[in-house]
Design a protein around this ligand. Structure first.
Ligand SMILES: Nc1ncnc2c1ncn2[C@@H]1O[C@H](COP(=O)(O)OP(=O)(O)OP(=O)(O)O)[C@@H](O)[C@H]1O
Ligand SMILES: [Mg+2]
Length: 240
């Protein structure tokens, strides 16, 4: 990371849905826990999951053992605002999410927040997005999850520009699924991200979600060297 100090809230966004935000959220949580930090994860709006089913936070909990929470859950597999409209539900407000994150922050060193889809997906009835949530969190930084394949440079740079335009701190990029046998497009994409000022925080290897939770927790810090360096002892709660 460009700055050594890790913020109290790490917001995980992506260039798209299905880019590996949940797996990266779990890898981040595991890396921070391995560094001795107390960590929780929060998903403001979970869609596409029925009551009782495992959502993204359930997956993070399975892989890391950390405490997680959801702001709300909608069944339709689509963006939160139209899903809420279809289901006749009221989405929680931005203030609700800020209070929920505050509540977790009071008991943890770091709260990792996973967005829904990409950065500008609307999370509230008023149309506020994950970018609005990140901008309203005073001590936060964003991790941008990207694909490895062709097209990722444009998507990543667009999201990066949207963050910069709003004055939201970008901690770095993570490639959500790094192939065992990368082609030249993938290796040059990775090198491009690594050369950005904030840099590449790491790559999560393809197949990571299929590892046992024990193996996932042991290996995660090796995938995210850019995060591991930002976790000093001074980060720990209660340390002056
Ligand atoms: N490193 C990886 N290796 C293998 N499969 C992966 C990897 N990362 C993600 N996947 C798979 O790709 C799919 C999408 O990943 P994931 O759920 O993490 O995406 P997401 O960005 O969190 O999506 P959403 O917007 O729905 O939250 C999942 O089935 C997941 O298991
Ligand atoms: Mg997810």
């Amino acid at each position: 990371m460009a700055e050594p100090r890790l913020p109290g809230v790490v917001v995980v966004t992506g260039t798209d849905t299905d880019v590996g935000k949940t797996v990266v959220t779990a890898a981040l949580v595991a890396t921070l826990v391995a560094a001795g930090l107390a960590v929780a994860a929060y998903k403001p709006t979970q869609t596409g999951v029925a009551p009782g089913e495992t959502g993204d936070m359930g997956e993070v909990e399975r892989l890391t053992g950390a405490l997680t929470a959801e702001g709300t859950r909608l069944i339709a597999p689509m963006a939160p605002r139209p899903a809420a409209q279809l289901e006749g539900r009221t989405l929680p407000s931005l203030t609700h999410h800020l209070e929920a994150i505050d509540h977790l922050s009071a008991r943890h060193d770091v709260v990792v927040v996973e967005g829904a889809g990409g950065l500008l997906v609307e999370l509230t009835a008023e149309g506020q997005t994950l970018a609005d949530l990140a901008a309203a969190l005073p001590d936060s930084g964003t991790v941008l999850v990207a694909r490895s394949a062709l097209g990722t440079l444009n998507h990543t740079m667009l999201t990066r520009e949207a963050l910069s335009h709003r004055g939201i701190r970008l901690l770095g990029v993570v490639i959500g699924s790094w192939p065992t046998d990368p082609d030249v497009i993938e290796t040059t994409n990775r090198d491009y991200f690594a050369a950005l000022p904030e840099g590449l925080l790491g790559t999560v290897p393809q197949g990571a979600p299929a590892l046992s939770p024990e193996a996932f927790r042991t290996e995660a810090p090796l995938w995210l060297p850019g995060v591991a360096v930002a976790t000093g002892a001074s980060q720990r709660r209660g340390t002056p």
